[in-house]
Design a protein around this ligand. Structure first.
Ligand SMILES: [Zn+2]
Length: 261
Protein backbone atom coordinates (compact mmCIF):
# COMPACT_ATOMS: atom_id res chain seq x y z
CA UNK A 1 0.00 0.00 0.00
CA UNK A 2 1.46 3.33 -0.99
CA UNK A 3 1.26 6.46 1.13
CA UNK A 4 -2.23 7.93 0.97
CA UNK A 5 -2.48 11.11 -1.02
CA UNK A 6 -3.69 14.00 1.07
CA UNK A 7 -4.39 16.86 -1.30
CA UNK A 8 -5.48 19.29 1.40
CA UNK A 9 -3.24 22.21 2.11
CA UNK A 10 -3.71 25.10 4.55
CA UNK A 11 -4.29 27.43 1.59
CA UNK A 12 -6.78 25.29 -0.26
CA UNK A 13 -9.28 23.06 1.46
CA UNK A 14 -11.58 21.56 -1.15
CA UNK A 15 -15.30 21.52 -0.57
CA UNK A 16 -16.35 18.24 0.96
CA UNK A 17 -18.56 16.22 -1.32
CA UNK A 18 -21.33 14.63 0.71
CA UNK A 19 -22.12 11.87 -1.72
CA UNK A 20 -24.60 9.12 -0.98
CA UNK A 21 -23.05 5.69 -0.47
CA UNK A 22 -21.35 4.11 -3.47
CA UNK A 23 -21.22 0.30 -3.46
CA UNK A 24 -18.26 -1.51 -5.02
CA UNK A 25 -18.76 -4.88 -6.69
CA UNK A 26 -16.44 -6.80 -9.02
CA UNK A 27 -17.50 -10.15 -10.52
CA UNK A 28 -21.18 -11.17 -10.46
CA UNK A 29 -21.32 -14.91 -10.99
CA UNK A 30 -22.84 -18.14 -9.72
CA UNK A 31 -19.62 -20.05 -10.42
CA UNK A 32 -18.29 -22.06 -7.50
CA UNK A 33 -14.61 -21.97 -8.46
CA UNK A 34 -12.19 -20.45 -5.93
CA UNK A 35 -12.49 -16.73 -5.21
CA UNK A 36 -9.51 -16.11 -2.91
CA UNK A 37 -9.85 -12.32 -2.95
CA UNK A 38 -13.57 -12.18 -2.13
CA UNK A 39 -14.50 -10.39 -5.35
CA UNK A 40 -17.36 -12.53 -6.67
CA UNK A 41 -20.94 -11.90 -5.59
CA UNK A 42 -23.66 -14.40 -6.56
CA UNK A 43 -26.33 -12.89 -8.84
CA UNK A 44 -29.02 -13.95 -6.34
CA UNK A 45 -27.13 -11.99 -3.70
CA UNK A 46 -27.00 -8.93 -5.96
CA UNK A 47 -30.73 -9.36 -6.49
CA UNK A 48 -31.24 -9.50 -2.73
CA UNK A 49 -29.17 -6.31 -2.30
CA UNK A 50 -31.10 -4.39 -4.93
CA UNK A 51 -34.42 -5.57 -3.49
CA UNK A 52 -33.29 -4.22 -0.13
CA UNK A 53 -32.41 -0.86 -1.69
CA UNK A 54 -35.90 -0.69 -3.17
CA UNK A 55 -37.51 -1.54 0.16
CA UNK A 56 -35.51 1.32 1.69
CA UNK A 57 -36.78 3.66 -1.02
CA UNK A 58 -33.35 3.82 -2.63
CA UNK A 59 -32.34 3.49 -6.27
CA UNK A 60 -28.96 2.45 -7.61
CA UNK A 61 -27.45 4.69 -10.30
CA UNK A 62 -24.16 5.18 -12.13
CA UNK A 63 -21.46 7.49 -10.80
CA UNK A 64 -22.13 10.14 -13.43
CA UNK A 65 -25.84 10.13 -12.67
CA UNK A 66 -25.13 10.27 -8.94
CA UNK A 67 -22.80 13.27 -9.19
CA UNK A 68 -25.09 15.10 -11.59
CA UNK A 69 -27.97 14.58 -9.17
CA UNK A 70 -25.70 15.78 -6.37
CA UNK A 71 -25.07 19.03 -8.23
CA UNK A 72 -28.75 19.49 -8.83
CA UNK A 73 -29.70 18.73 -5.24
CA UNK A 74 -31.66 15.64 -6.23
CA UNK A 75 -29.36 12.88 -4.95
CA UNK A 76 -31.57 12.00 -2.02
CA UNK A 77 -32.70 8.41 -2.36
CA UNK A 78 -29.85 7.45 -4.68
CA UNK A 79 -27.00 4.99 -4.15
CA UNK A 80 -24.04 4.61 -6.50
CA UNK A 81 -23.48 1.13 -7.94
CA UNK A 82 -20.04 0.27 -9.36
CA UNK A 83 -18.52 -2.89 -10.84
CA UNK A 84 -14.74 -2.94 -11.23
CA UNK A 85 -12.55 -4.50 -13.93
CA UNK A 86 -15.19 -5.17 -16.61
CA UNK A 87 -15.61 -8.93 -16.27
CA UNK A 88 -17.77 -10.66 -18.90
CA UNK A 89 -20.08 -11.98 -16.21
CA UNK A 90 -21.39 -8.42 -15.79
CA UNK A 91 -23.07 -8.78 -19.18
CA UNK A 92 -24.44 -12.24 -18.50
CA UNK A 93 -25.30 -12.03 -14.81
CA UNK A 94 -25.53 -8.44 -13.58
CA UNK A 95 -27.34 -6.77 -16.47
CA UNK A 96 -30.56 -8.82 -16.06
CA UNK A 97 -30.64 -8.16 -12.31
CA UNK A 98 -30.10 -4.42 -12.77
CA UNK A 99 -32.77 -4.32 -15.48
CA UNK A 100 -35.22 -6.20 -13.25
CA UNK A 101 -34.89 -3.52 -10.60
CA UNK A 102 -34.69 -0.57 -13.01
CA UNK A 103 -31.26 0.41 -11.74
CA UNK A 104 -27.99 1.44 -13.36
CA UNK A 105 -24.34 1.32 -12.39
CA UNK A 106 -20.87 2.15 -13.66
CA UNK A 107 -18.65 -0.64 -14.98
CA UNK A 108 -14.96 0.28 -14.83
CA UNK A 109 -13.27 -1.59 -17.67
CA UNK A 110 -9.55 -2.36 -17.96
CA UNK A 111 -9.32 -0.94 -21.47
CA UNK A 112 -6.05 -2.59 -22.49
CA UNK A 113 -7.40 -6.08 -21.86
CA UNK A 114 -10.60 -6.19 -23.88
CA UNK A 115 -11.61 -9.70 -24.90
CA UNK A 116 -8.86 -11.42 -22.88
CA UNK A 117 -8.45 -13.00 -19.45
CA UNK A 118 -7.28 -10.54 -16.81
CA UNK A 119 -3.50 -10.19 -17.03
CA UNK A 120 -2.68 -8.45 -13.75
CA UNK A 121 -2.22 -9.84 -10.25
CA UNK A 122 -2.81 -13.44 -9.34
CA UNK A 123 -5.38 -16.05 -10.35
CA UNK A 124 -8.23 -16.52 -11.00
CA UNK A 125 -7.92 -15.11 -14.54
CA UNK A 126 -11.50 -14.06 -15.20
CA UNK A 127 -12.35 -12.81 -18.70
CA UNK A 128 -12.64 -9.11 -19.48
CA UNK A 129 -15.48 -8.12 -21.82
CA UNK A 130 -14.70 -7.47 -25.47
CA UNK A 131 -15.61 -4.36 -27.47
CA UNK A 132 -19.01 -5.70 -28.48
CA UNK A 133 -19.87 -6.47 -24.87
CA UNK A 134 -18.73 -2.99 -23.80
CA UNK A 135 -21.12 -1.55 -26.37
CA UNK A 136 -23.89 -3.86 -25.16
CA UNK A 137 -23.43 -2.62 -21.62
CA UNK A 138 -23.69 1.00 -22.72
CA UNK A 139 -26.68 0.24 -24.96
CA UNK A 140 -28.43 -1.27 -21.94
CA UNK A 141 -28.22 2.12 -20.21
CA UNK A 142 -25.26 1.32 -17.95
CA UNK A 143 -22.24 3.61 -17.71
CA UNK A 144 -18.81 2.42 -18.89
CA UNK A 145 -15.87 4.03 -17.09
CA UNK A 146 -12.12 3.56 -17.38
CA UNK A 147 -9.99 1.46 -15.04
CA UNK A 148 -6.67 2.23 -16.87
CA UNK A 149 -5.07 0.17 -19.63
CA UNK A 150 -3.38 -2.52 -17.56
CA UNK A 151 -4.69 -2.23 -13.98
CA UNK A 152 -1.37 -0.83 -12.77
CA UNK A 153 -0.80 0.95 -9.46
CA UNK A 154 -0.73 4.63 -10.45
CA UNK A 155 1.14 6.13 -7.49
CA UNK A 156 4.79 6.76 -8.35
CA UNK A 157 4.49 5.88 -12.04
CA UNK A 158 6.73 7.76 -14.48
CA UNK A 159 4.91 10.60 -16.25
CA UNK A 160 4.67 8.97 -19.69
CA UNK A 161 3.28 5.69 -18.39
CA UNK A 162 0.87 7.51 -16.13
CA UNK A 163 -0.44 9.60 -19.02
CA UNK A 164 -0.80 6.54 -21.23
CA UNK A 165 -2.68 4.53 -18.59
CA UNK A 166 -5.09 7.34 -17.80
CA UNK A 167 -5.53 9.16 -21.12
CA UNK A 168 -5.16 6.31 -23.58
CA UNK A 169 -7.58 4.05 -21.71
CA UNK A 170 -10.20 6.77 -22.06
CA UNK A 171 -9.40 7.07 -25.77
CA UNK A 172 -9.78 3.30 -26.28
CA UNK A 173 -13.20 3.22 -24.63
CA UNK A 174 -14.38 6.37 -26.39
CA UNK A 175 -13.38 4.81 -29.70
CA UNK A 176 -15.32 1.65 -28.84
CA UNK A 177 -18.39 3.54 -27.64
CA UNK A 178 -18.19 6.58 -29.92
CA UNK A 179 -19.23 8.54 -26.85
CA UNK A 180 -17.53 10.43 -23.99
CA UNK A 181 -16.20 8.44 -21.00
CA UNK A 182 -16.39 10.78 -17.99
CA UNK A 183 -15.71 8.33 -15.13
CA UNK A 184 -12.45 6.81 -13.89
CA UNK A 185 -11.53 4.39 -11.13
CA UNK A 186 -8.03 4.05 -9.60
CA UNK A 187 -6.89 0.40 -9.65
CA UNK A 188 -6.46 -0.89 -6.09
CA UNK A 189 -7.71 2.55 -4.98
CA UNK A 190 -4.07 3.52 -5.38
CA UNK A 191 -3.14 7.05 -6.44
CA UNK A 192 -1.06 10.11 -5.61
CA UNK A 193 -1.15 13.81 -6.48
CA UNK A 194 0.31 13.22 -9.95
CA UNK A 195 -2.25 10.51 -10.70
CA UNK A 196 -5.13 12.70 -9.62
CA UNK A 197 -3.78 15.54 -11.80
CA UNK A 198 -3.44 13.16 -14.75
CA UNK A 199 -7.07 12.08 -14.37
CA UNK A 200 -8.24 15.69 -14.45
CA UNK A 201 -5.91 16.54 -17.35
CA UNK A 202 -7.24 13.62 -19.40
CA UNK A 203 -10.68 15.23 -19.29
CA UNK A 204 -12.48 12.93 -16.86
CA UNK A 205 -15.27 14.35 -14.76
CA UNK A 206 -14.91 12.11 -11.70
CA UNK A 207 -12.89 9.29 -10.13
CA UNK A 208 -13.50 6.66 -7.46
CA UNK A 209 -11.20 5.34 -4.77
CA UNK A 210 -11.51 2.13 -2.77
CA UNK A 211 -12.94 2.33 0.74
CA UNK A 212 -13.11 5.47 2.84
CA UNK A 213 -11.62 8.73 1.81
CA UNK A 214 -12.08 11.86 3.81
CA UNK A 215 -12.91 14.43 2.60
CA UNK A 216 -13.94 13.11 -0.77
CA UNK A 217 -14.28 15.35 -3.78
CA UNK A 218 -15.43 14.27 -7.24
CA UNK A 219 -11.96 12.85 -8.01
CA UNK A 220 -11.75 10.88 -4.77
CA UNK A 221 -15.25 9.52 -4.32
CA UNK A 222 -15.19 6.90 -1.52
CA UNK A 223 -16.80 3.51 -1.97
CA UNK A 224 -18.09 0.67 0.23
CA UNK A 225 -16.66 -2.77 -0.58
CA UNK A 226 -19.40 -5.40 -0.85
CA UNK A 227 -18.38 -8.87 0.33
CA UNK A 228 -19.67 -12.06 -1.35
CA UNK A 229 -21.12 -12.99 2.05
CA UNK A 230 -22.94 -9.70 2.65
CA UNK A 231 -26.58 -10.30 3.55
CA UNK A 232 -29.15 -7.55 3.41
CA UNK A 233 -28.36 -6.77 7.05
CA UNK A 234 -24.67 -6.37 6.25
CA UNK A 235 -25.46 -4.09 3.36
CA UNK A 236 -27.74 -2.01 5.55
CA UNK A 237 -24.93 -1.70 8.11
CA UNK A 238 -22.57 -0.50 5.38
CA UNK A 239 -25.07 2.13 4.23
CA UNK A 240 -25.61 3.34 7.79
CA UNK A 241 -21.88 3.48 8.44
CA UNK A 242 -21.41 5.62 5.35
CA UNK A 243 -24.12 7.99 6.52
CA UNK A 244 -22.54 8.31 9.95
CA UNK A 245 -19.14 9.05 8.42
CA UNK A 246 -20.65 11.74 6.23
CA UNK A 247 -22.13 13.40 9.29
CA UNK A 248 -19.00 13.18 11.41
CA UNK A 249 -16.56 16.13 11.56
CA UNK A 250 -13.74 16.17 9.05
CA UNK A 251 -10.87 13.96 10.04
CA UNK A 252 -7.30 15.04 9.94
CA UNK A 253 -5.98 12.04 8.11
CA UNK A 254 -7.01 10.78 4.73
CA UNK A 255 -7.19 7.07 4.13
CA UNK A 256 -7.29 5.32 0.82
CA UNK A 257 -7.39 1.60 1.33
CA UNK A 258 -5.54 -0.58 -1.09
CA UNK A 259 -6.28 -4.24 -1.30
CA UNK A 260 -6.33 -6.71 -4.14
CA UNK A 261 -9.08 -5.09 -6.18
ZN1 LIG B 1 -9.76 -3.28 -10.32
Amino acid sequence: MSAPFDHRTPERLPARLDTPAVLMYHSISATRSPDPHGLRVHPDRLDQHLRLLRRLGLRGVSLSALLTAQEQGTARGLVGLTFDDGYTDFVEQALPVLARHGMTGTVYVVAGGLGAPKAWGTEPRWDIMDADQVRRVAAAGQEVGSHTLSHVRLAGLDADTLTAEVRDSRAVLEEVLQAPVPSFCYPYGNFDAAASRAVRAAGYDNACVTGDYDPGDRFTVPRCYVSPRDTGAHLLARLLRHRLRQRSPRRRTATATSAVH
